[in-house]
Ligand binder design. Structure first.
Ligand SMILES: C[S@@+](CC[C@H](N)C(=O)[O-])C[C@H]1O[C@@H](n2cnc3c(N)ncnc32)[C@H](O)[C@@H]1O
Length: 314
């Protein structure tokens, strides 16, 4: 087995078959050889213990020429959607201020000693925050290979065996791999893409221990009825539903969760999501109606996100 995934089996010894797939999943992406070379060229450096605050920060000694080279390498892994990160004073100003989301979630969840699954983890930014909040380990899964490579770049310096980003879709975690393996499961920014949201929640429930917690974050509309966008929503493809917070709570109950609690409802601003040097493409700004920014370009209510938590029965 290669790809450095063996230590994962200490957390999940029955994942041997799954772990054997991972390297091949990465390698079948056409850009993998380029991204691999970028990571192989990253310098090997001593670092001081990293800090997993609002900006995930890695520090150590690097001269200006080395910094320039490192910056150029990290830019080869464009677009950086989630962050921010700072590596040796290079500030990766990602499209999303993911720290804003974490500030909305963190006060409500106790992760002390928890085994965590983060579905749609992107580059693992939240995994670092979860470790700082006391999680024992975090398994992030995301089928987008570039995000797995960004995580590898960050972890090249941190060398953690506690925060993983694996090239897997949630559908890959069949019953034999995930049943009752996790104390907390995060599904943030994923459910509105799912054709069958109840199946997604039922699958999450089966991943959790009795009394385990789901943290569910979704685009919502605050005024009924819920939306089923015809084609695009804020220029995103595959947004199947934009539910109301109440409908999300109802889905959780229908899927066997109890005590659904709405933690937060916040409109997404152009400060939280925007184009930057590290994400050159268009962003929220271009997805809103220029005349009426309370509407998307398609005429729907502009993005608002809701975080809900609930538990499985004990
Ligand atoms: C909108 S982003 C949300 C990222 C992060 N969780 C957050 O809240 O900022 C959705 C992520 O889910 C990933 N994703 C898409 N389909 C998935 C699937 N079937 N299973 C797991 N992750 C998926 C995407 O690659 C993307 O990184």
């Amino acid at each position: 087995m290669n790809g450095g995934y063996e230590p994962l089996l200490r957390h999940l010894p029955h994942w041997t078959e799954l772990v054997a797939l991972l390297q091949a999943r990465l390698e079948r992406h056409g850009d993998y050889p380029h991204w691999r070379r970028v990571i192989d060229e990253l310098p090997v450096l001593d670092i001081v213990p990293p800090s997993f605050g609002d900006t995930v920060t890695i520090s150590g000694d690097l001269n200006d020429a080395e910094k320039q080279k490192l910056r150029a390498l990290l830019l080869e892994l464009h677009p950086w959607r989630k962050g921010p990160f700072a590596l040796f004073d290079i500030h990766i100003d990602s499209e999303w201020r993911s720290d804003f989301k974490w500030q909305r979630v963190a006060p409500h969840v106790d992760l002390e000693g928890h085994r965590v699954l983060d579905i749609g983890s992107s580059n693992g930014y939240f995994g670092w925050r979860m470790l700082a909040a006391g999680a024992r380990w975090v398994i992030g899964i995301d089928p987008t290979v570039l995000f797995c490579m960004q995580h590898q770049a960050i972890n090249h310096f941190i060398q953690s065996e506690a925060n993983w980003v694996l090239p897997l879709a949630f559908e890959d975690l069949g019953e034999s791999f995930c049943a009752g393996c996790f104390d907390t499961v995060f599904s943030m920014g994923v459910i509105y893409h799912r054709r069958e949201p109840l199946e997604h929640l039922d699958h999450i429930r089966r991943c959790l221990v009795p009394g385990g917690r789901v943290v569910l974050e979704s685009l919502v509309v605050v005024d009924p009825p819920s939306l089923a966008p015809r084609q695009h929503y804020a220029r995103m493809r595959n947004v199947r539903h934009v539910p109301t917070p109440q409908l999300l709570c109802q889905w959780l109950r229908q899927s066997g969760f109890t005590g659904a609690e709405i933690l937060d409802i916040t409109p997404t601003t152009r400060i939280e999501q925007r184009s930057t040097d590290w994400m050159h493409f268009e962003s929220l700004q271009e997805s809103l109606d220029p005349e009426s920014p309370e509407l998307t370009i398609e005429g729907y209510p502009a993005p608002t996100r809701c975080t809900i938590t609930a538990r499985t029965k004990s």
